[in-house]
Design a protein. Sequence first.
Lengths: 241, 399
Amino acid sequence: MSTIIRFTNIAKVYQVGEEQVHALDGVSLQIQKNEYVAIMGPSGSGKSTMMNIVGCLDTPTSGLYELNGTNVSDMNDNQLAKVRNKEIGFVFQTFNLLARSDVLHNVELPLIYGGIGSTERKKLARAAIERVGLTDRIHHKPNELSGGQRQRVAVARALVTHPAILLADEPTGNLDTRTGEEIMLLFDALHQEGNTIILVTHEEDIALHAHRRVRLRDGKIERDETEKNRKSPARSTLNIA
Amino acid sequence: MGIAFAAIRANKMRSVLTTLGIVIGIVSVTLMGTAIEGLNRAFNKSIASMGTDVLYIQKFPWFDNGDNWWKFKNRRDIRIQHAKALEKYSEYAQAINPMTGTIRNVKYGQKLVENVTIFGSGPDLLETSGATVAFGRVFTQLEAEGGRPVCAIGSEVAASLFPNENPIGKVIKIGGYAFRVLGVFEKQGNFLGTESLDNRIYMPINRFFQEFMSFRSGITILVKAKSVKELDDTKEEVRGIMRKSRGLKPKEEDDFAINQQEMLVQTFNQIGGVIAAVGLFITGMSLFVGGIGIMNIMFVSVTERTKEIGIRKAIGAPRRTILLQFLIESAALCLIGGLIGIVIAFPLSLIIDTVLPTAMPLSVVAIALLVSVFVGVVSGFLPAYRASRLNPVEALRYE
């Protein structure tokens, strides 16, 4: 089993006026391949900062972050962009799809930035769209889709590059309970297929889908609990992690 | 590329209004360009009728700042005897033609042409004037020396006086005196777009002196060199002969001027260059203003699409790609503006052509398009650069 994410004493300090805010204060953490982790905490706990750093949208003030064996803690913008493109699949609370582009184009966009040729790109994008069950909506614009469908498009876009981690930030936050549950079932299934999934959430019942819950408070890890040989609350399948 | 055009399509009204600035800029610059190009062509065509290998010996130099006007005015006239001296002594000259002129009305029967330029000329007029005979002939050496009442007429005069007749052998009245028409010149067009070269009559200079002017009055002597290469040598020789025949002492300065086409070209290029520079600068300003409009709208576009930029960055768009996306968008806007501008400018230039000579060669079109793309890239750069530097975390949070 290989380590996908290794945080060693990660700190992030923001300068707000005269004051220094320690959003993350010496966090060390390891996440293995095919783990299903929920990062939890109240607002202001450092959970968003954590997500930004894990997702390579931001770099830590100090500490070492190794993603898939590569030190990414002091990469420049362009190197980070490449890492985001190859290794990370984002799913956002507000879906963040390009409103003017259809489903297919939204899903193939990461492949465009990855420099994949048109034929291969279309093939991969169609496969990802099929995986989330939206093949019949492939030429619809986001505003012609329901919230749940939009989030599925976002998941397809995250999956299409076969990233090392799927990073979901409150993926059900803008959905009703039933649709939210559907999306979580999708994540569960993706985990079963061998993907490494990190959920950032403050909702306990969403976090219950994960097999490991990391609780943050005031920029520090308060608790880190892993269920051994548990059964998924949503599906009766064995956790092979 | 596709992304950029999609963005332009999405904001049609705004894009159209912004592009209008570029359209106006390109129209004015292109029209200025065509006018300058047209003037240059007209000038070169006119100047070709003078011949590059012809020297003009006159009292006044063609170009002078005007301070010496009285000095030139008080010089002794150039006379027919100087032409005779040149003919006798010059070895470099291929042809020497004394010329003078005036303006008279010309009549044939009831038909009248007013204000025709009448030239008295030696027999070598074809070699020095650039004119060619359409039919008939010009006067011979004998007719010239004998001062016969004969003439050759320009095509415009011929058309007015002899609409349905063969003019050869007919007798016309020039300023009241009878002259027999020997030939008609080929149509030559305008000189610098003003004076018609076809509204002319050439007659032997000896006859001219008898009827219109004293032989003591001033003339111009045209000297054609054997070749352009020998023009400078010819000039020096002519100068020596002129000084001698006018009895100048070695230390006295020339009291005549030897003019040549090159001076005209030089001066035209100087003046034309200044006009072109000023004209293009002023019209360029409108293009500049158009460019500022593009820059402004691109800044608005970048701000408006901050979220989109954030999304693109999050899924791995490198800076360069974002920069290119916005640069291409702004260059495409300007290119469209440039194309529309040319489409508008072309018929306009044809309309202007009726007043001023214009020409729109492909080079002007190509330059206009290049300039519009350049304006797009330059004015799009700052907004695009700002877009490419956006922090993805903050851009994603932007609503």
